[in-house]
Design a protein around this ligand. Structure first.
Ligand SMILES: [Zn+2]
Length: 393
């Protein structure tokens, strides 16, 4: 988002040596460069809190990504035309129940006064499409939004509390509908945040459903590009997790232990998920021959070899000494086995890995993505494609 190397937990700054997180030397973000050089519109869409690292990186300058209340103020400075995601708790004044602010600023009111149409659920998001201001602030959850598996299928997580959340597909479509009204063009960042959020607790079914949803969101972009061939689409990840599909788990395989039912190589066969209604998602996740997915790093936890139907997996919990231990909740799942962690006991979930990431692109400028690239050089391609260079050059 800046074309500069940075440091862990930093956004849009060169990390300095002082403790204060908001005084570090700033580098311009892509949204600021767009504001400075032209009239293009800007959109930020995520299934995480909009203050989370990836959406925040479009606008923010701080040494600490945890400065979420300050990051809301940074969104207000740049004012992307479209901001859709979770994280409303940091927009509300401290007097409002559920607020995570330590001051009385009411950013919901401030954005409304700045001409934004507000949306708090899917119905309001659809209604907001008719707005003629072209500016939408959609905040659909106080924290991170629920996953597709919970939202559309299992109704677990916090879906009972937030029953009408839109998904990444609807948010992407709405963003494109609005932003494409700008004849000067637009920049849109869309993050399928829960691919990562669910990889941390090793909840593979939820993570894979999010991956399918991301694929559909890319599809929305590809459809848009058919009628708007001057569109560059870039799909990539900000990091990997240490995780692999290694075969299948087949309940029908003989054996006393669940590990006996793991099929590898030629023995893996094909999973027996079905998609009768053709929506692109498996009709159910707890089929008898399902994907076998394991992490390379983990805290102590009970491996159940099964999808978590009663809500997102919480592999480890803190004890009195603030160390993470296996969550006893999963101890009595038939066949569950204790895995002793290979991470420090301060880690409650699996962690990011340093593997190279895949980047795929299509449209004008896509030919500049090739071979092996530094992540900071991705920005150069975007800058060239958006013609951010000075007019004299
Ligand atoms: Zn992560």
């Amino acid at each position: 988002m800046t074309g500069h190397k940075t440091a862990v937990n930093a956004l849009g700054v060169y990390a300095d040596r002082t403790k204060a997180s908001l005084d570090d030397p700033r580098v311009e973000t892509i949204a600021e460069a767009l504001r400075r050089t032209g009239n293009k519109s800007i959109g930020v869409v995520s299934t995480a809190e909009v203050e989370d690292a990836t959406p925040a990186a479009v606008v923010a300058h701080t040494r600490l990504r945890a400065d979420k209340a300050d990051i809301v103020g940074m969104f207000f400075v740049v004012k992307p035309e479209i901001v859709l995601g979770g994280g409303s708790a940091y927009f509300l004044p401290q007097s409002t129940p559920g607020s995570k602010r330590k001051d009385d600023k009411d950013y919901i009111a401030m954005f409304r006064d700045a001409g934004y149409t507000l949306a708090t659920d899917k119905t309001e998001l659809v209604a907001a499409k008719g707005t003629n201001t072209g500016k939408i602030l959609g905040l659909f959850h106080t924290g991170n939004m629920d996953t597709t598996l919970d939202r559309e299928f299992l109704k677990k997580g916090s879906v009972e509390k937030f029953p009408n959340q839109p998904g990444l597909v609807e948010m992407t479509q709405t963003a494109l509908d609005q932003l494409s009204k700008d004849e000067d063009g637009f920049f849109l960042m869309v993050e399928a945040a829960s691919v990562d959020k669910m990889s941390h607790p090793m909840d593979w079914e939820r993570s894979l459903f999010e991956t399918i949803e991301f694929d559909k969101a890319v599809g929305i972009g590809m459809e848009f590009a058919k009628t708007h061939p001057d569109t560059l689409i870039v799909a990539t990840g900000d990091h990997t997790h240490g995780v692999s599909i290694i075969g299948t788990i087949d309940d029908q395989k003989p054996g006393e232990e669940m590990r006996d039912k793991v099929g590898v190589y030629a023995d893996a066969g094909f999973p027996n998920y079905t998609d009768e209604n053709g929506d692109g998602y498996p009709d159910k996740v707890d089929v008898t021959r399902r994907l076998a997915i394991f992490a390379s790093n983990f805290p102590d936890y009970y491996e159940t070899f099964r999808p978590k139907l009663d809500g997102p997996f919480e592999p480890a919990v803190q004890n009195g000494a603030k160390q993470y231990i296996a969550n006893e909740k999963y101890k009595d799942v038939p066949g569950a086995v204790l895995r002793v962690g290979n991470l420090p006991k301060t880690a409650g979930t699996a962690v990011h890995a340093v593997d190279d990431v895949v980047l795929q692109a299509t449209g004008p400028g896509a030919e500049e993505f090739k071979g092996y690239m530094e992540e900071s050089d991705v920005y150069r391609v975007l800058a060239d494609t958006l013609a951010l260079a000075p007019a004299t050059n």
